[in-house]
Structure formats: C-alpha cells, structure tokens
Design a protein around this ligand. Sequence first.
Ligand code: ARG
Length: 457
Amino acid sequence: MALWGGRFTQAADQRFKQFNDSLRFDYRLAEQDIVGSIAWSKALVTVNVLSSEEQQQLEQALNALLAEVQADPEQILQSDAEDIHSWVEGQLIEKVGALGKKLHTGRSRNDQVATDLKLWCKAQVEALLGATRELQQALVATAEANQDAVMPGYTHLQRAQPVTFAHWCLAYVEMLARDESRLQDTLKRLDVSPLGCGALAGTAYAIDREQLAGWLGFASATRNSLDTVSDRDHVLELLADASIGMVHLSRFAEDLIFFNTGEAGFVELSDKVTSGSSLMPQKKNPDALELIRGKCGRVQGALTGMMMTLKGLPLAYNKDMQEDKEGLFDALDTWLDCLHMSALVLDGIQVKRPRCQEAAEQGYANSTELADYLVAKGVPFREAHHIVGEAVVEAIRQGVALEALSLAQLKAFSAAIEEDVYAVLALQSCLDKRNAKGGVAPQQVAFAITEAKKRLA
Ligand code: ARG
C-alpha cells in the first residue's frame, strides 16, 4: 500500500507506478534507512510521541529487520513498495502492528532520503579511501622492486629523458594521494545530518537535532531546512572525485597498455588480467586495463548528468532528485572496482629490464646531458643545443646511440668534447644528476619510497 493513499480516489496507473518507483535501486539504502529510523524513534521519545517501551519495541523490530536485510538484501526486490522508505515502514508495521504507524511522526521522506543517502555516502567513502590506499601501497611496492629499471621517459610520446619504472610508479602514488585527500575533504562537508528538517520547513517537534546527529555518527546537524532537503552537493562532489580519480586510473591504464605493446615491450602483464582472442592464437590482450580506461567515460557521464539534473531546480525537494542515485551508485561502484582491478594488474606485472634499458639508450635520451656537458666546457647553451642536434642526426644516420660514436666522430661536432664525455653519456649518470627534490635520481626515489611508506603505514 502506498504511504499517501488518503487524498486519492483512483489508483495509480501501473505504468506510472513503474516509472515513479525507486525501490529497484534505492533498496541499497535499506541499512541506512533502518539505522536512521532507530535514531528517529529515540528522538520521538524525547518529545513524548513515543514511550520508552514503545521505542524499545520499535528498535527491536527494526534491529531484527536489519539482520534480515543484511543476510539477504535482494529479498527487498520482491516487494512492490514504492521506495525503500515505504518498504521499511511496511515491514515494521507487519512486525509490530499499529505502533509501527507512529514512527513517521514529524519526519518526511525528504529529510529521510537525504539522511539515508549521506550515511551511505559516508560508508562508501571509507571503502574508497581503503582501496585508494591499497593501490598506493601496491604502487610503492612495485616501485621498490624496480628502482634500477631504467626506461625512457616521454614527452609528446617521444623518448625524452631516462627515468626509472619506480619513478613512474611514484607519479601515480601522488595522483592517488590527491584523490585520497579530495575524498577526505568531501567527507568533512558531507558529515552533517539532515534528519529533523521535515519536508522542507523543519520538524514541528522540539527535537534536539544535534543530539540526533550524534546518535547517527554525524559531526553536526545542518543549519537550514530548505537547503537541507534540496542539497545534493555531496553527490556532485563525490561524482567529481570519482571523475578525477578515474581520469588518473585511465591514464595509468593507457601508459601500461602502451608499455605492454609488442612495439614497446617494457612490461608483460600477468595472465590473470589479460585475455585471448577467439581467432588469433598469439594474442594476449590487456582487457582489464582497457576496461578501466573505458569505464572512465560512464563516470564522467554521471557527473555531467547530475549537474544537469540539479541545474534549475527550484527549492526545495523535487522528484527530479530521485535521479541522484543510479548515477552515483554506478559511478562509485565503478571507481571502487577499477581501484581494485588496478592493484590486481600490478600484482604479477613483469618489468622487462633489458628491453627498457635498450629503449632508453636508443632514444637519444642522453642528448640533454651532452648539451649540459658542452655548457660546462664553456659553450653557450643555444650553441650546444645545435651541436648536439647535429650529432644526433649523424647517430641516427648510423643507427647507433650517441655514446657509440667515437671520440674523433664526436670531436667533428665540437672540439670541446673530450674522453670524459662517455661517463656523462651513461644512462646512470643522467639519472644520478637529477638529484633535486622530486627528481629521478636513485637517492630521491629511495627517499620518496620511504616517505610514501611512512604516510601509508
Ligand atoms: N524516492 C524518493 C527519492 O529518492 C524519496 C523521497 C520522496 N519524497 C517525496 N516527497 N516524494 O528522492
């Protein structure tokens, strides 16, 4: 039975009911709805709507319902209740009879759904924070194991300067650390209880909303009832967090897809996260990574969708706002899955050091070093840049690395070049020199690993 039958003489059209009902997705708020209802029943005691005995009876029944829901959440989907709020109330009335009908005193589904959703978001943020940290830990462990794996670093997807696989891993640790702190910021603004704001104007019962907020684990209660029932900023913020986080994971995926190509051959992905072709027996495709990259799209879509849904909504609650859930649920589920999947990809990845080293050597990644060398010998940088450019053209013509040119050949480009140039052109020296904070020098990378480990401990 609907919660609002009294004013109506005609039943809802079945097609409208299906269009309007939200149970098929908001059943995921069952636990939060029950927990919120228990807190509300306690508040009703303080304003003498319920006696302590009545409240205890309600709480017992709600706790029993909670256990049922936790054991089998999908059972809710059997019902034709309009939404999770009607379902919980209906179940309560089945359990305790008429007493159950008192629970909704002074409460509206508008403050109720806002409360349920915030409680759900808080739990989800905890899960996302955990997964974000786990992926950072996996990246740090991979970095630690690959501190001496030299590979080309790129700009414009052209080999630029040598880096290490460890340094690459730590770049993603930084992105994830920002994702983590964005979630924590979101949590601070989200941690404010809507319960007791009624439909829009506040509740007519003298409830201590701060106390009620505390019972539900919120840091405080909201300040304005009109804003409270129409505020979905936390949905937008979480979707924005997810969108940025997914952009990071998508770039991570794209880098690894490239590293895993036959052309690059820097890594080999584990069989655990790749799949074969139905036609071509030789293939081992990076499906996990492609899906991570691909799923980035739907998450951005959910953010844009919700922005458009809220734009232009008059205060306060409008049914449009029921559209907040499916996109949010899907986006946060997707983000969480992709965080877990990214960690799984790292577990068992093989870095092919000889091939990485070879690519770094072949890419003239030490050209800057030669220019710096000439500068140290008194050649102005602009001139040095030009000289090295000519030397690179010659090395390319011969199909060899710069350091494979003989001293006589190098001297043809500049008389300032001496025997000591070879030590400078060694890849290791390119790395060692970048020893300012944040650089690729082994000392800096080791320091970054230690710091990250401390932070993640
Ligand atoms: N299912 C609704 C939602 O998700 C619950 C709030 C309903 N409120 C109302 N006034 N009809 O937004």
